[in-house]
Ligand binder design. Structure first.
Ligand code: NI
Length: 202
C-alpha cells in the first residue's frame, strides 16, 4: 500500500514541522469510521471545466475533494448549500492552510443543457476562486452523476422555457485516492462543514 504509506509519512513530517497541526494527531478517528467509507460512490468521469478544458476525476488524485452536484439556475437550495460548503472550506483553510492546499471544492452541474462552462463559471465565481466548476455533455454529466448516485429529474418546462431540476443535495468528502470518506453537512452550516473536514482531512 505505497499510497497509504506516503500519506502517513506526510502526516508525520507535517506534525514534526509544525506543532500547531493538532488535526494531524491520534485525535482523528480512522477513516473507516467515516459515514461514506466503503460506499460504492465516486469514480471515473470526464467533464469540462469553466475554461472549456477536459477534467478527469483522476486529475484530482492526491487531493481531498469536496463534491456537490447542483445547477446554476437553482433558485434556492444549491446556492445556499454551496455557500455553506465554501464557508466550511474557508474556515478549515484558515485553521489548516497546509492541509487546505490538498483540498479541492468541486461543483458539478446536473443541468448541462443550460449550464455551459461560461454559466458555471459565473456561478462558481460568486462563491470562491478555489471552487472548481464542472459541466459537460449530457452523457458526460450522466456518467458523473450516476457514479455518485445523484438523483436528478428535470421539471416541467414553463411557457417561458424555464424549468427546475429536482435533485439530491449532498456534500461528499472524498479522499486523496478518490475514495468516499464522509458526508458533508452542507445543509446545516459552514461551521458544521468545517468541523467535518477537520475530523477527516489529514
Ligand atoms: Ni438546487
Amino acid at each position: 500500500m505505497p499510497i497509504r504509506k506516503s500519506r502517513l509519512f506526510r502526516c508525520a513530517a507535517t506534525a514534526v514541522a509544525a506543532l500547531v497541526l493538532a488535526s494531524c494527531g491520534p485525535s482523528q478517528p480512522p477513516l473507516e469510521q467515516g459515514s461514506l467509507y466503503g460506499a460504492d460512490i465516486g469514480g471515473a468521469f470526464e467533464l469540462v471545466d469553466t475554461a472549456g478544458n477536459t477534467v478527469r476525476w483522476s486529475d484530482f488524485d492526491g487531493k481531498w475533494r469536496m463534491v456537490y452536484f447542483g445547477y446554476a439556475y437553482c433558485p434556492d437550495v444549491c446556492p445556499f448549500d454551496v455557500q455553506r460548503m465554501i464557508q466550511g472550506y474557508n474556515a478549515f483553510a484558515a485553521q489548516n492552510p497546509a492541509l487546505a492546499e490538498d483540498l479541492v471544492p468541486i461543483f458539478i452541474t446536473v443541468d448541462p443543457e443550460r449550464d455551459t462552462p461560461e454559466v458555471v463559471g459565473r456561478f462558481v465565481e460568486n462563491f470562491s476562486d478555489k471552487l472548481v466548476g464542472l459541466t459537460g455533455t449530457q452523457e458526460q454529466v450522466d456518467t458523473a452523476a450516476d457514479a455518485f448516485a445523484v438523483y436528478r429529474v428535470k421539471g416541467e418546462v414553463t411557457e417561458e422555457g424555464g424549468y427546475l431540476m429536482d435533485h439530491s443535495n449532498i456534500g461528499y468528502l472524498m479522499g486523496p485516492d478518490g475514495e468516499p470518506v464522509a458526508l458533508l453537512p452542507v445543509d446545516t452550516s459552514g461551521e458544521a462543514v468545517a468541523k467535518e473536514l477537520a475530523t477527516w482531512v489529514r
